[in-house]
Design a protein around this ligand. Structure first.
Ligand SMILES: NC(=O)c1ccc[n+]([C@@H]2O[C@H](COP(=O)([O-])OP(=O)(O)OC[C@H]3O[C@@H](n4cnc5c(N)ncnc54)[C@H](OP(=O)(O)O)[C@@H]3O)[C@@H](O)[C@H]2O)c1
Length: 426
């Protein structure tokens, strides 16, 4: 089957790589006693011993590759397993091409580790631009237990303008890797191909929230105090004859002051920053809607709720309960990261009855937030408030569904009764 003196290469392959390999006419896969010998010598690590089983399971087979006549993959690096095995294996055309700055380096230790087929040696990490697939850097001798954070720092040394918070490092062009993920636990061989995306200039989350929430607070007052340029000169600095308008101003201010306090003292954001450009979008949303709502609620022609005090009292009680609930959930979520751990955990109900909504939904803070805006709509009986509430509900439902799916994916023992945002419904 092979020449007398032939060199064989073996590697662990994923399903996708195996099927690609089988498509390639130049590749000869052999399953013979050599494979058994190798397996005996290098027994596979039991799945339970691996920290990230879901990744480990992706490696499904051991392939033995001969050296076909034509084509060399050395200059066309694909996924690591492919290239390690892959002298003579043609990489599929859609795999990234090695750029002009590519280097193939490997010390004796790397070579020895490679020959032995173990993961004991250093790793090589090549980082490609996620769009152009051009190679941006090639890091050799990366410790197997290096985290993505450390790789970001190495990359930053080479490209000082891309500080770590600006970098999105991905294993495939869709999903960013988290800082704490460890290189050897990723589904890669000893040569890892990662993708880099520039997230643009960054701004801290706390600053973002402070800017976002301070705006509505002050904008609302411009309308409440009827500044000269708002409703016309005749109405300047007048006040509404309806007590509910004062109440609405108190509730609106309370809501945003609470959010500011939570931002500073309660939330522990795992992502330190967000792209600067997003702040314009977010501010337009929060500030614009605050102005719109305030304009109608404080308008001289505003008419109070149809059912008078009963409606207002009901709405105020509901508003306060929802605010208390929202705050309690934020405290419960913050407690999950009390010891500084940034690992995502399943949030559970605590002794605080407001957190018992966790029995039924994944994101009770959103449920309470929607409740807050529904009660504000009932209180003011104002169409723009109702529209804003609807928009908030849609936005938070999308996010809640996303978070719910992530919980289901990450935790096998995730409580099955929970829905994303509305108990038993949605
Ligand atoms: N009116 C609106 O349109 C609107 C829209 C969205 C939000 N809001 C309000 O803003 C609040 C915050 O929104 P958000 O989207 O940032 O809420 P979130 O994603 O639930 O996050 C709130 C905090 O809890 C942490 N957290 C969430 N799940 C966690 C878990 N499983 N383990 C550990 N920590 C966890 C988050 O940390 P990480 O940094 O790690 O995520 C963050 O610090 C909402 O509750 C709501 O009151 C209003």
């Amino acid at each position: 089957m092979f020449p007398v003196h032939c060199q064989l290469y073996f590697c662990r392959l994923s399903h996708e790589a195996t099927s690609e390999l089988l498509k390639n006419p130049e590749t000869r896969l052999i399953s013979c006693s050599i494979s058994a010998t190798l397996k005996a010598k290098y027994p596979p690590v039991p799945l339970t011993d691996r920290p990230q089983n879901r990744h480990a399971r992706r490696w499904v087979s051991i392939a033995l590759l001969s050296q076909p006549a034509a084509g060399s993959a050395r200059s066309r690096r694909g996924p690591a397993a492919w290239t390690r095995a892959g002298r003579g294996v043609r990489a599929p055309p859609d795999w990234p091409q090695r750029g002009a700055r590519g280097r193939c380096r490997g010390g004796r230790r790397r070579e020895a580790a490679r020959r032995m087929g173990t993961r004991a040696g250093f790793f090589e990490v090549e980082i490609l631009d996620w769009k152009t697939k051009e190679q941006l850097c090639f890091l050799d001798k990366v410790e197997p237990n290096a985290t993505i954070r450390e790789i970001r720092l190495m990359f930053h040394k080479l490209y000082p303008r891309w500080y770590p918070a600006r970098q999105s490092i991905k294993l495939d062009p869709r999903k960013s890797l988290r800082d704490e993920e460890i290189l050897q636990h990723l589904p890669v061989g000893t040569t890892a191909t990662l993708y880099f995306k520039d997230l643009g200039p960054q701004i801290g989350w706390t600053t973002v929230f402070l800017i976002e929430y301070t705006g509505p607070l002050f904008i609302y007052f411009l309308f409440y105090f009827r500044m000269p340029f708002v409703y016309g000169l005749d109405e300047r600095f007048t006040s509404s004859p309806h007590p509910v308008v004062n109440l609405a101003c108190i509730c609106h201010s309370f809501h945003y002051i609470k959010r500011l306090i939570e931002t500073v003292f309660v939330h522990r954001f795992s992502h330190g920053t967000m792209p600067l450009r997003n702040i314009v979008k977010n501010c337009l949303y929060y500030w614009g809607f605050a102005a719109w709502l305030a304009y109608y609620i404080n308008h001289p022609l505003y008419t109070p709720p149809s059912y008078g005090k009963k409606q207002i009292n009901f709405a105020v009680i509901m508003f306060l309960l929802c605010e208390a609930g929202n705050f309690s959930i934020h405290v419960a979520l913050s407690d999950l990261q009390k010891n500084g751990s940034k690992t995502r955990k399943i949030p559970y109900p605590t002794k605080n009855p407001f957190t018992w909504l966790f029995f039924f939904v994944s994101c009770p803070n959103y449920t309470y937030e929607v409740g807050t805006w529904i009660s504000f709509t009932i209180m003011t009986q104002c169409v723009p408030v109702g529209l804003f509430t609807l928009l908030c509900f849609i936005q938070m439902t999308v996010w809640a569904k996303d978070k719910h799916c992530t919980y289901l994916r990450e935790f096998k023992d995730y409580p099955s009764l929970r829905m994303p945002i509305i108990p038993f419904l949605l």
